[in-house]
Design a binder for this molecule. Structure first.
Ligand code: AP5
Ligand code: MG
Length: 217
């Protein structure tokens, strides 16, 4: 089962990927999370990526390509994985298809999480993250104790690119560079669109139902 979680910033890719990874026992591979980990560890790759990410721009392909190839080749993905945030452009879709074919694999489903633009700003501005990878929302997905992670007790933080100016740029980048992939994957016959505007659990149950119907899990 190789699934791409697709959708605009704030649509719920990471939230749903975590739940799906638990349910189906496959790794959640998020390019955004891997890049943030590199920034935290001050790697050369992280330093290069940070200038783009803080502005809400896409990180150039030459920075990403080695990272994605390495990650997809690791043994934990032998029986499948959930790819969150990659691909985001047509050249990246072509790269992905090439990497998968070199590994003797192919993409099963692209889950397009569809959320009206007016909801996204609020979701992102209210998101709070934990260093352990958990993610919350100040209204829609509150931690038990405000500002503290339920899982590890660390203090939650606001992502640098969840400030209004960077959010607006990310939404533009999505519209201009990523949204065209919907046609690409629809034509390839692998696109499933989900209404992502409902509550987290409702969206999750709908995705599971669609995947079970699709017969790939
Ligand atoms: P990335 O980390 O992938 O960010 P993104 O695509 O902007 O998406 P987000 O993580 O912001 O949103 P999400 O869809 O995961 O939503 P979430 O589940 O958290 O990428 C960051 C940056 O890295 C990019 O801008 C770029 O610079 C770089 N990058 C990454 N991949 C790249 C690539 N392939 N090429 C080039 N550059 C790349 O949910 C959001 C909030 O809403 C949370 O608070 C959550 O609790 C809440 N929420 C979720 N679902 C619901 C719901 N159903 N109802 C109510 N609230 C909800
Ligand atoms: Mg995410």
């Amino acid at each position: 089962m190789i699934i791409v979680l697709f959708g605009p910033p704030g649509s719920g890719k990471g939230t749903q990927a975590k739940l799906l990874a638990e349910r189906y026992g496959v790794p959640h591979i998020s390019t955004g999370d891997i890049l943030r980990e590199n920034i935290k560890n001050e790697t050369e790759l992280g330093l290069k990526a940070k200038t783009y990410m803080d502005k809400g721009e896409l990180v150039p392909d030459d920075v990403l390509i080695g990272l994605i190839k390495d990650r997809l080749s690791q043994s934990d993905g032998a029986s499948g994985f959930l790819l969150d945030g990659y691909p985001r452009t047509l050249p990246q879709a072509e790269t992905l298809s090439k990497i998968l074919s070199e590994l003797g694999k192919s993409l099963d489903v692209v889950l397009n999480i569809d959320v009206p633009a007016e909801k996204l700003l609020n979701r992102l501005a209210g998101r709070r993250m934990c260093v352990c990878g958990a993610s919350y929302h100040i209204s829609f997905n509150k931690p038990k104790q405000a500002g503290i992670c339920d899982l590890c007790g660390s203090k939650l933080y606001h992502r640098d690119d969840d400030k209004e100016e960077a959010i607006m740029n990310r939404l533009d980048v999505y519209k201009n560079q990523t949204q065209p992939l919907i046609d690409h994957y629809t034509q390839a016959g692998v696109m499933l669109t989900i209404n992502g505007a409902a509550d987290i659990v409702v969206v999750f149950n709908e995705i599971c139902r669609m995947l079970d119907d699709f017969g790939h899990v």
